[in-house]
Design a protein around this ligand. Structure first.
Ligand SMILES: NC(=O)c1ccc[n+]([C@@H]2O[C@H](COP(=O)([O-])OP(=O)(O)OC[C@H]3O[C@@H](n4cnc5c(N)ncnc54)[C@H](OP(=O)(O)O)[C@@H]3O)[C@@H](O)[C@H]2O)c1
Length: 427
């Protein structure tokens, strides 16, 4: 284990003099975790498999956080002997480990790959690697007066763990599914660890960091492209000081990066997404929308959109430049933005509800839905989509799906004509 920089900072009393070990330390989320813990006053053991990247991270952290105490630890989580060796190095210092952040992860590509010990790469690295590391470090965790093991998990999904084929030997279901199953295994592990250490000073917690275009999508060209397209544009920005809301100054570089990565001279539609998923959130969009409108003026963007907005935002944006489309969280079970839909309908602006099925096919609960679906010999998601389309000629539902059968079912919703009685029941 090697050490860089040095002297104590003020920090957070809960973390000063604590020792925190972070895996995947130079990854996108990992490096901000390291910086955050260092700022709070913890001694951080930055763990990863590339010694040069670890040293670079330690130097950057020392430059950004005066007095940061950063140590580095080389560990390849796809190699059980490397994990054992790294744990021995950490245990040899005879210090407690107060915080273990199991953060590293890999999302494999299209072909099944294996760890050094022959386990499927995502399951072997993300789950088994952290399982082994946590197990080896238990003596140091249990000597801390109040230790935490934090497993970085993914958001809710309909993924299942196929316990008859955990190693994907009979069937490899692609990089994304395998990755999501391994993240589910992280959550199951965290829960079981919590149960087993109940009554000790150790707590096992999970964290979902939200969604961002980061290195984890790098091996999967389609997911990587989708992530850059969906998650990176003109929204939260990962900068040296941590994730932050994008500003007007971020807009040009982000649009130029999108043009370059997509190989285009002009983007057809760019949305300015503000706030979190719900409105009102009290933010003005004027400065950022002006920056976007200037790029439209230069011909880099054809149409402008806005997202997560209320009617005040819509008026604010339209006073600056034409708005072609609005995207808001809206569905049968969430009609908070009805006034925005009405405003869009009045002036002919496309209204694109995201989460049109409530964030999943089982996401909408309405007392009349099942009965109306039966009357039309349709499914409940089809009725929820037909309801959206019937609301306004400017409503454009884009339900995502990974299944061809669901895609066909969703498309068929266009042909369902809800009656005035149906609409009254759903009102
Ligand atoms: N980004 C998102 O939208 C999102 C959403 C939900 C959860 N998460 C979770 O957030 C965590 C951090 O991911 P991220 O988004 O920051 O991605 P990232 O930038 O790719 O970071 C992942 C880190 O894991 C390391 N890693 C991969 N294989 C390893 C191995 N065999 N041994 C040691 N380290 C290894 C990588 O190091 P190398 O460069 O050496 O491979 C990298 O530093 C992960 O647990 C991920 O599942 C991310």
């Amino acid at each position: 284990m090697s050490s860089a920089a040095v002297s104590p900072t003020g920090g957070n009393p809960a973390l000063t003099e604590k020792i925190a070990l972070v895996t995947g330390a130079y990854g996108d989320i990992g490096q901000h975790t390291v910086l955050g813990l260092a700022r709070a006053g913890a001694t951080v053991i930055a763990a990863g498999r590339d010694p040069a990247k670890l040293e670079q991270l330690a130097q950057n952290a020392a430059a950004q956080v005066p007095g940061a105490e950063i140590e580095t630890l080389v560990v390849d989580l796809a190699d059980l002997s490397s994990i054992q060796q790294a744990a021995q190095t950490a245990l040899a210092t005879e210090r407690p480990v107060d915080v273990l952040v199991n953060n590293a992860a890999v999302m494999p590509g299209g072909q099944r790959q294996a760890t050094r010990d022959g386990f499927e790469l995502a399951f072997g690295t993300n789950h088994l690697g952290h399982y082994a590391l946590t197990g080896h470090l238990l003596p140091a965790l249990l000597t801390s007066p109040e230790a935490r093991v934090i497993s970085i998990c993914a958001g809710p999904s309909n993924q299942r763990l196929d316990t008859s084929d955990l190693n994907s030997e009979q069937r490899y279901r692609g990089g994304m599914r395998t990755y999501m199953a391994s993240k589910l295994a992280n959550a199951v592990f965290a829960q079981e660890l919590a149960r087993r250490v109940n009554g000790t000073t150790l707590k096992s917690l999970t964290v979902f960091p939200g969604t961002a275009a980061t290195g984890v999508q790098r091996n999967n060209p389609f997911i990587g492209w989708l992530a850059r397209y969906l998650f990176a544009p003109v929204g939260p920005v990962f900068g040296p000081g941590g994730p932050r809301q994008g500003t007007a100054a971020d807009i040009r570089p982000q649009v130029e990066a999108n043009l370059q990565s997509l190989g285009l001279d002009r983007l057809d539609v760019v949305y300015l997404r503000i706030g979190m998923m719900t409105v009102p959130h009290g933010e003005s969009l004027a400065e950022r929308f002006q920056a976007l409108a200037a790029l439209r003026g230069e011909g880099l963007i054809r149409h402008l959109g806005i997202s997560n907005v209320d009617t005040g935002h819509l008026a604010e944006a339209r006073a600056i430049a034409p708005v072609a489309a609005v995207q808001n969280n809206f569905h049968l079970g969430n009609r908070d933005e009805t006034a925005v839909l009405e405003a869009c309908t009045k002036v002919g602006i496309a209204f694109i509800p995201f989460f049109p099925l409530g964030g999943g096919r089982a996401g909408i609960d309405h007392p009349s839905l099942a009965e109306i679906a039966a009357r039309h010999q349709a499914t409940t998601p089809q009725i929820a989509l037909a309801w959206l389309l019937a609301l306004s000629p400017v409503a454009l539902a884009i339900p995502g799906t990974g299944s061809v059968a669901h895609l066909q079912e969703n498309l068929a919703a266009r042909s369902i004509a809800l009656t005035p009685d149906d609409l009254a029941e759903l009102a």
